[in-house]
Design a binder for this molecule. Structure first.
Ligand code: ATP
Length: 240
């Protein structure tokens, strides 16, 4: 099995001279990696910077020895798939079918039937993506990226808007990605979702910096509280 590394080195991003990401360095083998942080900590910015969707001030992102930002857009889209936090942001076609076909044409990829089945989007093909419900839109949005079978998948808050079936489809998608030896980064602001994701490691981000590298088992409520992330204690107490 390939063990291609995704290396993020000294990544720094600024918006209007204000630092949004500061000197982020990560070394990620294939597997599932969680980025956990409160609102405005830089999770989406980090994923977008890794996908080269926004300009970076400093640093680089290397996958298997290749600098992602130096690739032409088409080649980049074959390697890295960023799934939007706001699903409607990535839509521009007038049918789900055309939305799915767009990336396949753009990347010369064959549709991953497993992805379409796991996310259950086949039934939505004729619908207008902009008129989907929140949960439907998220499934379609994720499918319309990862259907191209990229080795790096970036999921931005994928559980938002989802019902039980939606949660299970994300869990099944993650195990499909694991079997395919992909490198998955999943941005979360809710620590409870970590139990579903079962990540190999957890990076806590706060104020644009990685402040902890830990595991699901070792992550504790003190760390969550310190960085303004909903604690497990709060959730469990509320359930009693
Ligand atoms: N395009 C942009 N222009 C200016 N500032 C931006 C832009 N995108 C993000 N920011 C700022 O960068 C910081 C980090 O934003 P980001 O969206 O990465 O946070 P996040 O951790 O994903 O938050 P949330 O959990 O609320 O989605 C915020 O202060 C945000 O206002």
């Amino acid at each position: 099995m390939s063990n291609k590394l995704l290396k993020v080195s000294n990544l720094t991003v600024e918006f209007f001279k204000k630092v949004a990401l500061e000197d982020i360095t990560l070394e990620l083998p294939p597997g599932v990696h969680a980025i956990l942080g409160p609102n405005s900590s830089g999770k989406s910015t980090l994923l977008k910077a890794i996908a080269s969707l926004i300009p970076i001030k400093k640093g680089e992102v290397i996958y298997d020895g290749i600098s992602i930002s130096k690739l032409p857009p088409k080649k980049r889209a074959q390697i890295v798939g960023y799934c939007w936090q706001n699903p409607y942001q990535g839509f521009f076609e007038d049918s789900v079918k055309r939305e799915i076909e767009f990336i396949l044409k753009n990347t010369n990829a064959k549709a991953s039937e497993e992805v379409l089945e796991i996310l259950g989007v086949n039934k939505l093909y004729e619908k207008n993506p902009f008129r989907l419900s929140g949960g439907e839109a998220r499934r379609v949005s994720i499918a319309s990226i990862v259907v191209a079978d990229q080795p790096i998948i970036l999921l931005d808050e994928p559980f938002n808007d989802m019902d039980l079936d939606g949660y299970l489809s994300i869990v099944n998608l993650l195990s499909f990605f694991r079997k395919r030896n992909k490198t998955v980064i999943i941005a979360l602001n809710n620590s409870m979702h970590l139990n579903l994701v079962k990540p190999d490691d957890v990076f806590v981000i706060y104020s644009g910096r990685i402040v902890e590298k830990t595991t699901l088992r070792e992550l504790n409520d003190d760390v969550l509280e310190k960085y303004n992330i909903v604690t497990r204690k709060l959730i469990l107490e509320s359930a009693c």
